[in-house]
Design a protein. Structure first.
Length: 289
């Protein structure tokens, strides 16, 4: 994993998708799968994962949008974890096992594992709990359904705390849709060779994606010690460093920053803010791998 430059591979196209969705096969869901497929097609989503509670959903690579295999594993209501893969046979779901065991088993099969909505109900995942796990792909830094529930939909503070503690993990933005009004326009924009499940999943594993909630990133790259970002519609770009410090702010659609020897520059991630609530987040660049 090239943590100094996750966006090094600039080949391919950007594909947008959501990795957290519930159908009426979840007790908390209300929408049939066929209707969800229609909604995502209208939203021009390129891919999604159906992640019903404790129920593995099959992949469907022939469909538009493409469907990844997925599940939201519910650990007795205490914690919720996504596991997403290219095939339903490559997912483990036995929630009588510990969460760390299931992280390990799914990772061994090549699955993406995401710890969900850390700040739902205040502390769905405490920092100490997140810090105790190893080997997971990332956390939801934004979950739009939490806007109508208790707690905060935003978990970037915990992400910065984890990055500062030495965890090299990704941020994810998901809709977690249960009801018709939950289908927002947030998601994960992945740069891949094509929209096959294998290529999409590989790009996610490589960290070649950003979290989208309204601002479109046209290009993001690193040249030696300089990070460049060019957006379609940002009004302000913030560069965030160690423990959440704001290193630099630039008004406009594009900006750059240089790594320095300052301790706050041990990693840099980018927040691109647009009109109103619009925002998108990059994955982190580390000064050293």
């Amino acid at each position: 994993m090239n943590w100094t430059n996750l966006y090094e591979n600039s080949d391919g196209k950007w594909y947008k998708g959501n990795l957290h969705t519930h159908s009426n096969l979840s007790k908390c869901g209300r929408i049939p799968l066929e209707e969800i497929r229609s909604i995502y097609k209208k939203q021009k989503m390129d891919f999604f994962a159906m992640t019903d509670h404790n129920r593995i959903s099959a992949a469907a690579s022939e469909r538009v949008p493409k469907e990844l295999a997925g599940i939201e594993i519910d650990f007795q209501g205490t914690h919720h974890m996504l596991a997403v893969n290219t095939d339903e046979k490559l997912l483990c779901s036995d929630n009588t096992k510990s969460q760390q065991q299931l992280i390990n088993e799914n990772a061994a099969l090549g699955a993406v594992t995401v710890l969900n909505h850390p700040d739902w109900q205040g502390e769905h995942y405490t920092f100490d709990c997140l810090n105790s796990f190893t080997g997971y792909t990332g956390i939801e830094i934004y979950n739009s359904v939490i806007e109508r529930l208790n707690g905060s939909p935003l978990s970037t503070k915990k992400w910065d705390m984890l990055l500062t503690a030495g965890h090299k993990i990704f941020g994810f933005a998901n809709q977690d849709a249960h009801l018709p009004e939950d289908f927002s326009y947030c998601g994960n924009v992945v740069r891949a060779q094509n929209d096959s499940p294998a290529q999409l999943l590989q790009a996610i594993h490589d960290g070649n994606f950003y979290c989208f909630y309204g601002v479109q990133i046209a290009e993001i790259k690193r040249n030696v010690n300089t990070i460049h970002v060019h957006t379609r519609n940002a009004d302000l770009i913030r560069f965030i460093g160690w423990d959440g410090a704001v290193l630099k702010k630039v008004k406009g659609k594009k900006a750059s920053i240089d790594f320095t020897d300052d301790a706050r520059y041990r990693y840099i991630r980018v927040e691109c803010l647009g009109h109103g609530e619009e925002i998108s987040w990059s994955q982190p660049f580390f000064r050293e791998a």
